[in-house]
Design a protein around this ligand. Structure first.
Ligand code: PBG
Ligand code: ZN
Length: 328
């Protein structure tokens, strides 16, 4: 008798109605930011080998694709430029070109009155011939922080002029947010918001992206600017605090699934929207396993994204937009 449990958590799991009633974390399409890769040309829809289902698109194709996503209910896209090899140089000059592919995309979206927010990834790795995230130091060994800040500020102003609603610097240079905020404000772009990649680890989870954006470093790695996965959450909280002090409107944690502890710690510390990046390898691992019939892709995807939201993400950057539109 006395060993019959009185408290029975299973009581609240008995039926779909009960489970539905009590569900706290629900995904919806407006939780998501959709990355796109744009490249020069017309009618281009080029598959990315390591990211099946994701394409490099010319602006015309990207515009149609985004229009479909807007009709489904998505509210924001994040644009990356794929730059022709011959336009890359040591200082990433193409990044400052007011007519580069990212600026063309932003202007085309505004002209077409696409009902989505345009977010730009602000970095130099797609534009430099060495593939690092800024201008190199004189000895060529690492990225020159302060020289890069000046370039990033000019790049940000070009994006703002072309119509960016939100700018997301991803290069992990110290002082980026302060420099950008001042540069944008001085040019009359007080209303352009800054989404800081505040907490970005030096991660193998970006592998497929570097194919997609043709942005792999030509030598070395990004360990002297991106964060070390083996350090504590306090380093992440310090990065976040520095960016908030300099005027970040939102902060990001990247990657997502392997860093839910960090995401949760950030969520508890800040009072601004927190964004998580479900990165390229997180996408590709799910797609590869699903293609082999090893997992139930849809359930695994929704479970992963629910965990990211539950850990504290207000918004999730995801390559799974089209699948999500069918599932949610
Ligand atoms: C550019 C940038 C990267 C990603 C977003 N912005 C690559 C990198 O830092 O090497 C990764 C995105 C992904 O893997 O989905 N700095
Ligand atoms: Zn970069």
């Amino acid at each position: 008798m006395s060993d019959r449990p009185v408290i029975r958590p299973r009581r609240l799991r008995r039926s779909p109605l009960l489970r539905d009633l009590l569900q706290r974390t629900r995904l919806s399409l407006d939780d998501f930011i959709l990355p796109i890769f744009v490249r020069a040309g017309k009618n281009i829809h080029q598959p990315i080998a390591s990211m099946p289902g994701v394409f490099q698109m010319s602006v015309d194709v990207a515009l149609d694709w985004l229009d479909e996503r807007a009709n489904e209910g998505f509210k924001a896209y994040l644009v990356f430029g794929v730059i022709e090899r011959e336009k890359k140089d040591a200082v990433g000059s193409a990044a400052l070109d007011a007519d580069n592919i990212v600026c063309q995309m932003l202007r085309a979206a505004k002209q077409a009155k696409l009902p989505m927010l345009g977010i730009t990834d602000l970095c130099f790795c797609e534009y430099t011939d060495h593939g690092h995230c800024g201008r190199l130091t004189a000895d060529g060994k690492t990225v020159d922080n302060d020289a890069t800040l000046e370039l990033l500020t000019r790049q940000a102003i070009a994006h703002a002029r072309a119509g960016a609603d939100i700018i997301a610097p991803s290069g992990m240079m110290d002082g980026t947010i302060g420099a950008l905020r001042q540069g944008l404000d001085d040019s009359g772009f007080e209303d352009v918001a800054l989404l800081s990649y505040a907490v970005k680890y030096a991660s193998a989870f970006y592998g497929p992206f570097r194919d997609a954006a043709d942005s792999a470093p030509g030598f070395g790695d990004r360990h002297s600017y991106q964060m070390d996965p083996g350090r504590g959450a306090d380093e992440a909280l310090n990065e976040v605090q520095l960016d908030l002090d300099q005027g970040a409107d939102m902060v990001m944690v990247k990657p997502a699934m392997a860093y839910l502890d960090i995401l949760s710690a950030v969520r508890q510390q800040v009072h601004v929207p927190v964004v998580a990046y479900h990165t390229s390898a997180e996408y590709s691992m799910i797609e590869a396993a699903a293609a082999n019939g090893w997992i139930d892709r849809d359930r695994l995807l929704l479970e992963s994204l629910t965990a990211i939201k539950r850990a504290g993400a207000d918004l999730i950057i995801s390559y799974h937009g089209q699948t999500l539109a069918k599932l949610l």
